[in-house]
Ligand binder design. Structure first.
Ligand code: GUN
Length: 282
């Protein structure tokens, strides 16, 4: 039987309605949620992501400020921009788009952001709070994935979640969020031997590897929930995920499409985090 599709675009639209209503309320009290995005260099994919984030912010009535900096900017100058935003009362959320040019260390940059404005949820303080189950800004893509699974009433406690990919942005925090929900979590990555041995045991399979149509039908257990975080181009230049969608959808119980799956949810969680940051100001 073909899987039910988890429509990220539709779920995102529903959540955005609530965020928009709360934003309007906050504005009546004189607070306009403000996000500042720093984009360093000319990476085209990053530029597209950033434009989409800005557009979504404005559509919901939030303030969005883009700071574009040249590829050869010094670490020191970048820190000065971050410090100014940390001090700016009209800016509630700060996001430095990754990846950064090789001469700039991402960890130092992330740690320069005020944790109370870290709407990406990348600061070690927020990661530590997430790991210990405290209130925190949660990383946007993992939080979006969790919301998608929960939106379908899928049981998580006691289920085996297998994550392919161990990035700080997606893989690691995604596993942690599902662990917080009492799942049993396995992390797989490029050095995992016999990947299929693990993925075939997954009740919920999350793929964040960045390889077009990498997850084939024989990776997947009958009835599994399959979440595709990939954003790739196939051999014809068409946007596709990590999952061989047409084949895997015949085996899975639920599946997320690309585009229209995890992507819109990531941006929506950024908006939710920006609203949360603005609400804390009162
Ligand atoms: N690059 C790819 N995804 C992200 C993200 O969620 N946040 C930031 N800051 N950079 C990214």
């Amino acid at each position: 039987m073909a899987a039910e599709i988890i429509d990220g675009k539709q779920l995102a639209a529903e959540i955005r309605k609530d965020i928009q209503a709360e934003t309007e309320q906050l504005k009546k009290q004189g607070i306009t949620p403000g996000l500042s995005v720093i984009l360093v260099g000319n990476d085209q994919a990053s530029r597209t992501y950033v434009k989409n984030k800005e557009k979504a912010c404005r559509e919901l009535g939030m303030k969005s400020v883009l700071i574009e900096l040249p590829e050869n900017i010094s670490e020191q100058t970048l820190f000065e921009h971050i410090e100014n935003l940390n001090e700016d009362p009209d800016i509630h959320g700060i996001l430095v788009q990754l990846p950064l040019p090789p001469h700039i260390g991402p960890n130092k940059v992330i740690e320069a952001i005020d944790p109370a404005k870290d709407v990406d949820g990348f600061h070690p303080i927020n990661i530590g709070r997430m790991m210990t189950g405290q209130d925190a800004f949660l990383p946007c893509t993992p939080r979006g994935i969790l919301k998608m699974v929960q939106s379908k009433g899928i049981e998580i406690a006691g289920k085996h979640v297998v994550v392919i990919g161990r990035s700080n942005i997606v893989g690691k925090p995604a596993g942690q969020l599902f662990l917080n929900e009492n799942a049993t979590v396995t992390y797989c990555h490029s050095k995992t031997t016999d990947l299929k041995f693990y993925t075939q045991q997954a009740d919920i399979l999350i793929s964040a590897v960045g390889k077009a149509k990498f997850v084939k039908a024989d990776f997947v257990k009958d009835g599994a929930v399959v979440i595709d975080v990939g954003m790739n181009r196939d051999e014809n230049g068409k946007l596709c995920g990590d999952v061989d969608f047409d084949a895997v959808k015949e085996k899975a119980s639920f599946i997320t499409p690309v585009p229209g799956g995890v992507g819109p949810m990531t941006i929506t969680m950024l908006l939710a985090n920006t609203l949360k940051a603005a609400k804390k100001v009162r």
